[in-house]
Design a protein around this ligand. Structure first.
Ligand SMILES: Cc1cc2nc3c(=O)[nH]c(=O)nc-3n(C[C@H](O)[C@H](O)[C@H](O)COP(=O)(O)OP(=O)(O)OC[C@H]3O[C@@H](n4cnc5c(N)ncnc54)[C@H](O)[C@@H]3O)c2cc1C
Length: 384
């Protein structure tokens, strides 16, 4: 057994950390959050650094990285802002779906553009009546000659309105098929006629933007369907594991940032003539926070390792890591607010952003309840 990073992984972590320290300064992150501005310049730095190439096979211009490399990067990006990870992650998950399910032509066309920064990608599954029960989605695509004509509505779409974004849209292509059958994945540039995007006013993760999208007779070439018509559910399933384990690593990065802020504050802030961190109650809060981060990171690395090895137990390990770390990030941010006292409640300090951003972690990418349902199912329990 070896719990250490390899030399290459240490170099990867350190170089991503240095790049993020240089470009994602506290002032930069505060401005993006306050003004709700997409991190275009930071994204360009990732492209320049080759970060998007990391998990893709070499034959498509990638670097052939593993899920372990991905969780290392996810933690570093999210240690600045979870929103940065979600921007990066969405593009990577969508691209990997094309690697797994796309035709040779689709791989050449879309991956070249994604890895060069010419386009971005976002995921749109959720609808007003299809959340945890995502297979209930109703947005439809009907064949008309050599095109699909899309009608319907999506919601909670992270980054969908960004410049040059291609929405990875899940649609119903066979309305007669049962539930999970009859779905397809189609690539839809967000500037096509008939698309209306509305930026939603969310509690947190305000820089990348969360959107509602309306499709009114949007025409897309038939070549934009990935994985074959009516095979959309297969695309959802195969992408789920890397999405959830990297999201968990993102929550770990967020919790680490909270811990760093809270520890520094506990050392600096003096009341009754001594640092508040010398009170045992405050010190124990920080000890618990650090313990949760270590537990979570160990679970994440083990699950990522299992995924890299195609271990059949990977799904169970990933689900537990996502469940644990999402709840640990929420708990850490809430504790961080308590340690900061009144300053935690003030928009000029960064703790409130973590409090707001963390709150989505037990909801998005499958809620905590759905993770527990999945684990119960793996135990052979049929929960309703
Ligand atoms: C910040 C943010 C970003 C997002 N980004 C995207 C994105 O980019 N693309 C996208 O497609 N979606 C995105 N989502 C949507 C996200 O995937 C959904 O919010 C999530 O799947 C839950 O669906 P819902 O909000 O409709 O809640 P619901 O499914 O209505 O759930 C409401 C509550 O009921 C519980 N519940 C529901 N069913 C069960 C059950 N069977 N057993 C026990 N409890 C249950 C849930 O756990 C939850 O607590 C995003 C959400 C957020 C908050």
């Amino acid at each position: 057994m070896d719990f250490g990073l390899t030399e290459d992984q240490s170099i990867l972590r350190d170089s991503v950390r240095r790049m993020m320290d240089r470009h994602a300064t506290p002032e930069y992150i505060r401005r993006l959050d306050r003004e709700q501005v997409y991190p275009y310049d930071l994204y360009a730095e990732w492209i320049a650094m080759g970060l998007f190439k990391l998990p893709f096979p070499e034959e498509y211009g990638g670097l052939g990285g593993s899920p372990i490399d991905m969780v290392i990067v996810a933690e570093e990006l999210a240690a600045k802002s979870f929103d940065f990870f979600s921007t990066y992650g969405a593009g990577v998950f969508c691209g990997l779906n094309i690697v797994r399910k796309g035709t040779q032509e689709q791989k050449q066309f879309w991956l070249t553009r994604l890895l060069s920064g010419e386009i971005r990608m976002s995921i749109s599954m959720s609808e007003p009546d299809a959340g945890s029960d995502v297979a209930a989605l109703r947005t439809s695509a009907v064949k008309d000659g050599a095109a699909w004509v899309i009608n319907g509505q999506k919601v909670w779409a992270t980054g969908a309105g960004a410049r040059d974004n291609v929405i990875n849209l899940y649609v119903r292509t066979d309305p007669t098929a049962h539930h999970r059958a009859g779905l397809s994945l189609v690539l839809v540039p967000n500037d096509l006629p008939g698309i209306t995007l509305r930026k939603l006013d969310m509690l947190g993760r305000r820089c990348v933007g969360t959107y509602e999208i309306f499709f009114d007779n949007v025409r897309v070439p038939e070549a934009n369907v990935v994985g074959g018509v009516n095979n959309g559910w297969d695309c959802v399933l195969t992408g789920l594991q890397i999405e959830r384990i990297t999201a968990a690593a993102g929550y770990c990065g967020g919790a680490r940032a909270v811990y760093d802020l809270a520890l520094q504050y506990a050392k600096d802030r003096k009341q009754f003539g001594r640092p508040i961190g010398t009170n045992q109650t405050i010190a124990h809060m920080l000890a618990d926070m650090q313990t949760d981060i270590e537990i979570g990171r160990t679970m994440i690395w083990r699950a990522a390792w299992a995924l890299a090895k195609s271990d059949p137990d990977a799904l169970r390990l990933i689900t537990m890591a996502k469940l644990f770390m999402s709840e640990a990030y929420v708990k850490a941010a809430s504790t961080g607010m308590q340690i900061f006292g009144g300053a935690g409640y003030n928009m000029e300090f960064d703790m409130q952003r973590h409090f707001r951003d963390s709150r989505s972690s037990t909801i998005a990418a499958g809620s905590s309840q759905m993770q527990r349902n999945l684990l119960a199912g793996l135990m052979g329990l049929k929960v309703r």
